[in-house]
Each structure stands twice: as C-alpha cells, then as structure tokens.
Design a binder for this molecule. Structure first.
Ligand code: FAD
Length: 462
C-alpha cells in the first residue's frame, strides 16, 4: 500500500500529514477502557484526508482502492471503543467538512454526515420547532454521521428507543468503496446495513432523520434514600406516557457527591439521585411522582440555560465526570432484562457494593420500559474485570462489552450477516475501517469462543 501515491494523485484535497496531528485524529475515547488503552495506544494512520464535499470523498475512495490503502472514516472522534481508530494504518477520512443541512420539513431533516448534533438541533428548532428524537450525551461535539455509524441511543431514548428501532432513521446516502464508487440511498429495512456498522461497509454522506416536537426542557435532579427507590421513580416517569420527558438516569449513593462537581452542593450525603429532563408544562406532575418513591427535588434549571446541562452527567458522560476525579475508574454496559430488572439491580448492587457503583439509564425498547446499566467499575486487573462481566452474564444481565473494539464482541454478540453481505458488495477489498467487523476476517466466529482480536486478524487471549 502506498499512502503517498494517494496523496500525490489528489493534490486538490486538504491533507494532514504532520505525524502529531495525524496521531491525534487517529484516536477517540478508547482510553476509557484500560484494556483498549493497552491494545490500541500505538494505533495511528499515515495521513488524514479532509474532504469538503461528496465529489472529493469519491475521488479519495477511488484512489484508495487503486492503491489498496485502508480508509477509516471519522466524525468528531468521540466514540468509546476505538471505532474510528485506523487499526491497519492508511488514511483517516475526516468527515466534519460535510457540514451542510440539505433541507428541513416539519417533522424531518436531511443533513450531511458531518453536521454537529448541536447545530442540527438548533437549526430544526428554529426552522420547524422540531428536534432530534434523541441524541448522545456528546450532543455538543459529536456528528450526526458518527452517531449513526458508531452510537446507539441517548437522551430521548426513554421515549423513542434506540437507532435500531424501525423508523428512527429514514434514509442514509452511502458511498461504496469500489474502483468506481457508487452512491446508494438506503431506506426502510436497508438502513440497518450501514446503521451502527462503524463505517466498515460504506461512507455515509447524508442522513434523513425524523424529528420530535421541540419542548422547552427543564433539568431536574432528585434525591432518594436508595438506588432502588430512584430506579422505581425513573421507571414510573418513563412509563407515564402523558408526560413529555427526555431523560431518566439514576446513580447510586456516593456517585453524585463524589464525581459531579457542579451538583455536589445540592446533594445530601448518602442520597441516590435521579437525573431527569421534563417538558416545562409537566413539571408540576413530578412532585406527586417523587412523593410516591420518597424522592425530593434537589436542583432545577432550564436545559438551554444551564452552563452544563444535566445530560452531561448521564449516559457515558457519567463515566467522564467520574474519570475527571479518578482516572483509575472504568465502566460496564449491561442490560437488566425486564420483568426481573429490579431484583437483578438489587442483586448486583449487593454482590459488588462499592466496587461497581451503579449508574442506570431507562429506555423504551420496542414499547417496553427497559433498564440499562452503565456502571462505574473500580478497576484493578483485566482478570477481575472479566470476572465482573462473567458474574453479570451468569446472573442474566447481558454485557455489551465496552472493552472490545469489534462490532461483534461489543454490542451484537453475533455476526450480522446483513452487514457482512453488504460489505461484500460495498467494500469488496476490505479496505474500510479494517479489523472492526470480525466476521469479515472470521465468518465462523461465535461468542462462545471468547476470543478477542488484537489488531488485524491476530488473536489475543481474553
Ligand atoms: P466518531 O467517534 O468519529 O465515529 C464513530 C464511528 O462511526 C467510527 O467507527 C467511525 O469510523 C464511523 N463514522 C463516523 N462518521 C462516519 C460516516 N460519515 N460514515 C461512515 N462511518 C462513519 N454514544 C451513544 O450512543 N449515546 C451516548 O449517550 C453517548 N455518550 C457519550 C459520552 C461521552 C463522554 C463519550 C466520550 C462518548 C459517548 N458516546 C455515546 C459515544 C459517541 O459520542 C457517540 O456515539 C457519537 O455520536 C459518535 O459521533 P462522532 O461524530 O464522534 O463519531
């Protein structure tokens, strides 16, 4: 492979070749995981291409195919699992230059992939009084293309579910990695071919997203005597279909007091907390709900006016806030399957105590209120981390391993044959973000083999 040949053939493209800058653009938030930090710290591309439009992307992709150079797409680089890290070197394709909103109608927006979520929301609020149905807690930095290719859910998922829920994405414009790249429009069930595929089987240049009504949201922090009371309140709020709400996160006693600097003055010692966003007209309904579960309102602020919105203490920002105070922490991602979720939460809290401080997020999945854990973990060794994962799984709490960089080992635990088949068509040379779709290298992989992959095709003991 010769990156230099690609650069030489495309002098009109804005290239970054300074090694320090290239290294910076070859990284994301993989360091949340001590395992990924060990595995991926040395990963870097040889150059970064910064296209301004789709024509430039097509030219870069065609040149990469001609010279057999790996190409790894990148939005804002806020992924947590090394998704945007170029395991085989080559070129990073920085898509933040595609920052144009294509059109907006009541209820729908079409935008280029590099538009920041915060800009997209501001635009649709202004133009059609609508907003994205949900966004990651990285709304202020992440891109819409990166969210679809690498994210899953977030603030608003308590009402609308995850990106995988049918109807949460209306269209994706995708460029194939062929000698003559094709432009495809994926719609309906075809969207899942490229949705959460880490950019392994096409470059997304445009997205079409349905919108939700844009309410004036209010952040409310509430205190409870224990984690379970806070969790029961969060579930009851999410199940209250008459109340417009956007978020219901819960943290165990000690978490807000120790790690949420801005909120510390409001939180009494020993209180578990619920962090919610409710539309202004429904605020008066919180009090009776809080009373039912022994809760007290501790803090309130209009989301738009907050210096740090409450959503930046939820989802994966909870971990970030904690890491700011204690760099030795890491985290897990689990499901507490209904209907036994409360029993499982109680069991896991008793089993691990302060080694795994609880952090829960409530989401509506296919119409069912569902509880996910993004627990903090006081990290000691990789062996203990694996034990903690095994104990959760043995108890019936599936773990979406945030300490793995392949699609299959992280979320899916299976080969997604639809995405693999699409890669065979859209990236026949296997040049797009190589090493992230395990099935491409090992079509017979099963989760039972408990094998994690280190870089391209090499096996690494768990
Ligand atoms: P990147 O990280 O740059 O890329 C993500 C993946 O998409 C990579 O595999 C990349 O190769 C690929 N990609 C990027 N752009 C394209 C494109 N145009 N075409 C094809 N492939 C592409 N995630 C959530 O789902 N919910 C959360 O609430 C959440 N909270 C977070 C909080 C923190 C503090 C951090 C650090 C991360 C969080 N994340 C969360 C993960 C991440 O921020 C989101 O998934 C985010 O939307 C990724 O967007 P990005 O622009 O940074 O993409």
């Amino acid at each position: 492979m010769t990156v230099a040949a690609v650069i030489d053939s495309l002098p009109q493209i804005d290239w970054i070749t300074d090694p320090a800058l290239v290294r910076l653009k070859s990284r994301d938030f993989f360091w949340y995981s001590p395992v990924l930090k060990r595995q991926l710290n040395g990963v870097t591309a040889e150059a970064v291409a910064c296209p301004k439009d789709e024509a430039e992307i097509i030219a870069i992709m065609a040149a990469c195919v001609k010279h057999q150079v790996p190409l790894t797409p990148r939005g804002a680089g806020t992924g947590n699992y090394g998704q945007a890290m170029p395991l085989k070197g080559g070129i990073v394709l920085d898509l933040m230059g595609l920052d144009r909103i294509v059109w907006t109608k009541p209820g729908v927006v079409r935008a280029q992939a590099g538009v920041k979520l915060i800009d997209l929301d501001a635009h649709t609020r202004r133009e059609v009084r609508g907003e994205l149905r949900f966004h990651p807690s990285t709304k202020r930095t992440a891109s819409i293309g990166g969210f679809i290719a690498g994210g899953s859910s977030g603030i608003g998922s308590c009402t609308y579910g995850k990106l995988r829920e049918f109807g949460n994405i209306l269209g994706l414009r995708v460029i194939t990695m062929e000698a003559e790249p094709r432009v495809l429009e994926l719609r309906g069930t075809d969207i899942d071919k490229a949705n959460h595929a880490y950019g392994t089987n096409g470059i997304i240049t445009e997205v079409e997203m349905p919108l939700a009504p844009a309410w004036d949201w209010v952040d409310v922090l509430a205190g409870f005597p224990d984690t379970l009371s806070a969790a029961r309140f969060a579930e009851a709020l999410i199940a209250s279909d008459g109340i417009a709400k956007k978020m219901a996160g819960v943290v165990a006693p000690g978490v807000a007091q120790t790690y949420f600097k801005m909120l510390q003055p409001y939180v009494p010692a020993g209180a578990a907390c619920a962090l919610v966003m409710v539309a202004e007209p429904f605020l008066e309904l919180l009090k009776p709900l809080l009373d039912r579960f022994g809760g007290t309102e501790l803090y309130r602020c209009e989301t738009e006016k907050a210096e740090t919105p409450l959503y930046e203490f939820t989802w994966n920002h909870t971990t970030l806030q904690a890491l700011k105070v204690d760099r030795s922490l890491t985290y897990l991602q689990t499901l507490y399957p209904p209907p036994n979720h409360f029993a499982l939460i109680e069991k896991m809290e008793k089993t691990f105590g302060d080694e795994v401080p609880l952090h829960l997020e409530f989401v509506r999945l296919n119409g069912v209120v569902t509880c996910f854990g993004l627990q903090l973990v006081r990290y000691t060794t990789e062996e203990r981390l694996q034990q903690i994962i095994d104990i959760h799984e043995d108890a019936g709490c599936p773990v979406f391993n945030p300490h793995a960089f392949t699609l299959e080992e992280g979320g899916m635990k299976r080969i997604d044959s639809e995405q693999l088949d699409f890669k065979r068509i859209a990236d026949p040379h296997g040049l797009l973000n190589p090493g992230k779709m395990l099935a491409w290298d090992d079509p017979d992989w099963t989760p039972e083999r408990k094998r994690t992959f280190y870089l391209y095709g090499q096996a690494d003991a768990p």
